[in-house]
Write a protein that binds this ligand. Structure first.
Ligand code: SAM
Length: 338
């Protein structure tokens, strides 16, 4: 067995420090967004899924290896039974030199119940997915969601003291006429807005090329209404931010299709089965469940994580293949966690 010194941290072959872990705590979701899941998804059997205690231990190992930011995602993280126990346990790890930030990406449906508990556990910022402000479009995009539930959740989060960033996937012919309104609404309520290009992840039962809308186009359209000022604001992630002069709010653009952002990548993703993906846009993965379950100590786990980081690729190569119409990566976003 290889000896791993946790204090050395995780540095990939391209010199990038890996300090940010996204954890998908469940593959299940109470919505079925058309670009994310097929309508008739088959979910994983319970025995394959890490317990919340195992996820907590896994996160602890990453923190020991230098991870200072953890995002819980899914599926819908807040529908996993008992998830607040995990959030509280991770929140207790927030400390100087340890975990710096614990955050969540959610569709907001559970926030009226859970926002206060998230804040009490140490969460200070959350991302909420909201692709539209139109109730009919929301129902169509999510296949059955009710927009009021998500909007109530967003305002409950704000009231609880959580900073909210609204994530919207840009979808051709679906929400492309709504971004002016969303910029105004987010500015009015003090939410950052992050626009995302659809990524070709998983078979969703439709044609990806039909959904794809380049953000370069969205941005130039927004400029007709809003003054977008460049800013050096950065969260260490792939979003490039501008400030909206009229509202004072920020808009982030995540452009995996039109602009590759891999050079500053500091993150890896682990699924609810303990599979570690070193890149969202590549298939290579490492199993962490076996080393996790093989012994009570973390040495096997450290060694497996180390070996995996040594294979972190330079970048993704998303393409929407116009000939085969197939996604370039077979697994769904709900599996890897967005
Ligand atoms: N259920 C939570 C939510 O709705 O935010 C967390 C999981 S969801 C997979 C995380 C993010 O991934 C959401 O903002 C969603 O819009 C985004 N997403 C899902 N599939 C995508 C795709 N194919 N391209 C781009 N973004 C995607």
């Amino acid at each position: 067995m290889q000896d791993t010194d946790p204090s050395a941290g995780l540095i990939d072959p391209f010199g990038r420090a890996v300090t940010y872990l996204r954890v998908s705590v469940t593959d299940r979701c109470d919505l079925r967004c058309v670009y994310c899941m097929a309508e008739d998804m088959t979910f994983l059997p319970k025995k394959d899924i890490l317990t919340l205690e195992e996820i907590d231990r896994l996160c602890g190992a990453f923190i020991a290896l230098g991870t200072d930011k953890i995002r819980l995602t899914g599926g819908e993280p807040l529908v996993r039974k008992g998830v607040m126990n995990l959030v509280r346990s991770l929140g207790a790890r927030i400390a100087p030199g340890g975990l710096r930030e614990l955050t969540v990406t959610t569709n907001g449906t559970q926030l009226t119940k859970m926002a206060g508990d998230l804040f009490d556990a140490g969460v200070r910022r959350i991302n909420v997915s909201l692709d539209t402000l139109d109730p009919g479009v929301f129902a169509a995009v999510t296949r059955w969601g009710k927009i009021e539930q998500t909007l109530d959740g967003i305002f409950a989060a704000k009231a609880a003291g959580l900073a909210v960033k609204v994530n919207a996937v840009a979808l051709k012919g679906v929400n492309e006429d709504e971004f002016d309104r969303m910029v105004g609404w987010c500015g009015e309520h003090g939410f950052d807005l992050c626009l995302i290009e659809t990524m070709p992840l998983g078979d969703v039962g439709g044609d990806r090329t039909d959904q794809y809308l380049p953000l370069s186009l969205v941005r130039s359209r927004l400029r007709q209404t809003w003054t977008l000022e460049d800013t050096d604001y950065a969260t260490g992630g792939p979003a490039r931010y501008v400030r909206v002069k009229e509202t004072g709010g920020r808009i982030g653009f995540i452009t995996p299709m039109t602009h590759n952002f891999c050079e500053s990548c500091n993150r890896v993703r682990v699924t609810c089965t303990g599979t570690l993906y070193m890149c969202l846009g590549q298939e290579d993965a490492a199993d962490l469940r076996a080393p996790l379950r093989a012994s009570e100590g973390n040495d096997l786990l450290y060694a497996a994580i180390d070996r995996a980081i040594a294979r972190k690729p330079k970048g993704h190569d998303f393409i929407i293949d116009r000939r085969t119409r197939r996604p370039s990566v077979g697994r769904h976003m709900s599996m890897t966690g967005g």
